[in-house]
Design a protein around this ligand. Structure first.
Ligand code: WTA
Length: 658
């Protein structure tokens, strides 16, 4: 753990903690919401029985014998139960006569490009893709890497894997070839599904070259299935590369799903931890599907016949897995899936999409809300947003200003906002208001959901009182929880279960306000949150030190008004290297590129400061809090490349050590 103790976060937040501004649930919700008062008590009385009731909403081929088997730190849910995730997400809706219902309104980034995919379409597509994967030799248990843009085939690829019991590992398209090969090797994936490229920020970007380069390190990958999305030229490895339209389109559009054990691995999702190596978070089938579908139904108050649900996230992150694919599809919902950026085709693109498809629930990240806010309310104001009835936020603490803007200009003061706290590891939402029950406060995630046990504790593990801050723990297992870190059981135990024995340590600080409601305060470890994306300081330091001129690097997250945190790197160079003037500036450019190549463009530091030394404590520990301070408030604003004013450091060091 780092030196960062949980604090009260931004000044604005702490000021508001003492305000009593609350918004009661609107009457429409108190009357009709899926979750009604009494649900918390009911779940608390017997949480396993409560989760079992939720599980009945899925279709099981074999009923479970036991709801939970808990052998710390390993949980098994719905033990003995058997089901097929893809059948639950697709086929059963068709069998129930809902084949014509739209599963996805897909909106491409280029204007005017759209596809409507019904559940019957999806069933055909998933069956064909599954048959294609079988032809490529994919069997239950094989890992398949997916590196794709936001196109329907990405969801189809995931579901085809799930149908075959082959765990997928989706890697966000913004990751570099090096990051890609690391993940492919770690999970020993034998097949990769990708596309020639995708549309992003108005241009066709390429994906296939990254795959080609990554696979130079991955000799065991035997097949690459490539969707033609942009039509750009790609290089081709005969015998390995196969076009999706050549292989999948000629497959039979029927495939009999077989059922798998509830604990069959469903997917691996890599996320940043506190070391240089990302963790492969493992999720399994039954509990995950129960948890995602239940939370989708209760938190977003899903009315499957009338709602149009839009999770504006990428399938490459867990939010896309749980609330674009598995949760909504298990519930038979209609979703919007949008390929591009919020300003492609104009800064009102999102509002046009909401109006055109009559989106009723919008779920996005605070960083995007802040960007939309910066562009100005004239954009949402110019559109009919009356279809919206509920708004959600995820990925980082939402500052009260952004919350209020979201409420006023997007929700037009009508729509409740659910601020949902969860993690890649938790699989689905754990802390959030319920729209028909919970009054909301701008910036607070409020309360653990029914069936979830959370606590805020001090350093010794003692629960804090109201008005106090501490570490967020989950004190009981939950159905969507990770089942481990791929290939690294020790790290699993060490990271989550050893700091506070018996409980899951989330790595987040939290505060209970005077009413006992929960406010999330951000990470307490060396993980940064940049625009809602988790990035490890250590991973970037590692990338920087990989450059021949670098002696040492320290990376911190500085507060940033738009992205939440911004990456700032302090770098010392080797003796012979000139780190001033033009040469220094050139080195900074090289180092930024080094990070982009090693991890991906999303990890490029906002600022790199070349400094003759790194401030350290007497015991030699880098003083990160000092660096964070300096990066946020220091006299180093602008694109300064050299940290010259060491009186600043001296002063800060005194403060920190004294
Ligand atoms: C942060 C994203 C405050 C938190 C689903 C967590 C949040 C990390 C919230 C997980 C929220 C997520 N309020 N902080 N509503 N939601 N976080 O794995 O620090 O990408 O530990 O999962 O994001 O990020 P991950």
């Amino acid at each position: 753990m780092s030196d960062a103790a949980p604090d009260e976060g931004s000044e604005a937040l702490s000021a508001l903690l003492h305000e009593t501004r609350q918004f009661p649930p609107p009457e429409e919700f108190t009357r009709q919401a899926n979750a009604q008062p009494g649900i918390y008590e009911e779940a608390a009385a017997d949480s396993e029985a409560w989760w079992a009731t939720q599980a009945e909403q899925l279709t099981w081929d074999r009923h479970w014998d036991k709801v939970l088997e808990w052998d710390l730190p390993y949980a098994k849910w719905f033990v003995g139960g058997r089901l097929n995730a893809a059948y639950n997400c697709v086929d059963r809706h068709v069998e129930n006569g809902r084949g014509d219902k739209v599963a996805f309104h897909w909106v491409g980034e280029p204007e005017g490009e759209a596809r409507t995919i019904t559940y019957a379409d999806l069933q055909r597509m998933v069956c064909q893709a599954a048959n294609g994967l079988i032809e490529l030799g994919v069997e239950a248990g094989d890992r398949v890497a997916i590196y794709m843009p936001m196109i329907p085939e990405a969801a189809v690829a995931m579901l085809a894997c799930a149908r075959l019991g082959a765990p997928h590992s989706v890697i966000f398209g913004g990751f570099s070839s090096e990051a890609l090969s690391g993940r492919i090797l770690d999970a020993d994936c034998r097949v990769v599904i990708t596309a020639d490229g995708g549309y992003r920020r108005g241009v066709a970007s390429a994906l296939k070259p990254n795959v080609d380069q990554a696979l130079e390190q991955c000799p065991d990958v035997r097949a690459v299935l490539v969707v033609r999305r942009t039509g750009q030229d790609v290089s081709w490895t005969e015998g390995r590369d196969v076009w999706w339209h050549e292989l999948v389109d000629r497959q039979p559009d029927q495939h009999d799903p077989v059922s798998f054990d509830a604990e069959q691995p469903l997917y691996i999702m890599y996320t940043s931890g506190t070391t240089a190596k990302p963790k492969g978070i493992l999720h399994t089938t039954g509990g995950y599907l129960v948890h995602t579908s239940t939370t989708h139904r209760l938190v977003f108050d899903l009315k499957p016949e009338t709602d149009v649900f839009w999770t504006a996230a990428d399938i490459g992150w867990v939010t896309g897995h749980s609330y674009i694919v598995y949760g909504p599809l298990a519930n038979g919902a209609t979703s919007v899936m949008y390929e591009g950026t919020p300003d492609a085709g104009g800064r009102d693109r999102w509002w046009r999409i909401i109006d055109e498809y009559k989106v009723s629930v919008l779920y996005t990240a605070p960083t995007t809300i802040r960007t939309l806010m910066k562009w100005g309310e004239e954009y949402p104001d110019a559109h009919d947003l009356s279809s919206l009835r509920l708004l959600g936020s995820v990925g980082e603490p939402i500052n009260p200003e952004a919350w209020m803007w979201y409420r006023q200009y997007v929700g037009r003061n009508r729509c409740p906002i659910v601020d949902t706290w969860w993690q890649t590891e938790t699989g689905a939402i754990l802390i959030s208001p319920l729209p028909g029950i919970t009054a909301t406060k701008p910036g607070a995630a409020m309360r653990a959901l029914p069936g979830i046990s959370a606590e805020v504790v001090d350093n010794d593990g003692t629960p804090v009182g109201n008005g106090e801050a501490g570490f967020l723990l989950l004190t009981k297992p939950w159905p969507g929880m990770l089942r481990g870190i791929w290939g690294d059981p020790e790290r699993y135990m060490e990271t989550y279960w050893s700091r506070f024995p018996g409980s899951y340590f989330a790595g987040d600080g939290a505060k209970k306000d005077e009413d006992g409601d929960l406010w999330l305060l951000g990470r307490v470890d060396d993980v940064m949150n940049i625009s809602g994306h988790r990035i490890s300081t250590t991973e970037i330091e590692h990338a920087l030190v990989g450059h021949p001129s670098v002696a040492e690097a320290a990376v911190v997250g500085a507060s940033d008004p738009t992205t939440g945190q911004a990456i700032v790197a302090f770098v010392t160079v080797k003796g012979h290297v000139v780190a001033v003037g033009e040469e220094g500036a050139a080195l900074v450019v090289e180092l930024r590129e080094q990070v982009a190549v090693t991890i991906g463009p999303i990890a490029k530091p906002r600022q790199i400061l070349l400094t003759p030394e790194l401030p350290k404590t007497r015991s030699g520990k880098i003083m990160r809090r000092l660096l964070r301070e300096l990066a946020t408030h220091g006299e180093i604003q602008g694109d300064t490349t050299t940290l010259e004013d060491f009186t600043v450091i001296a002063k800060l060091r005194e403060a920190e050590e004294g």
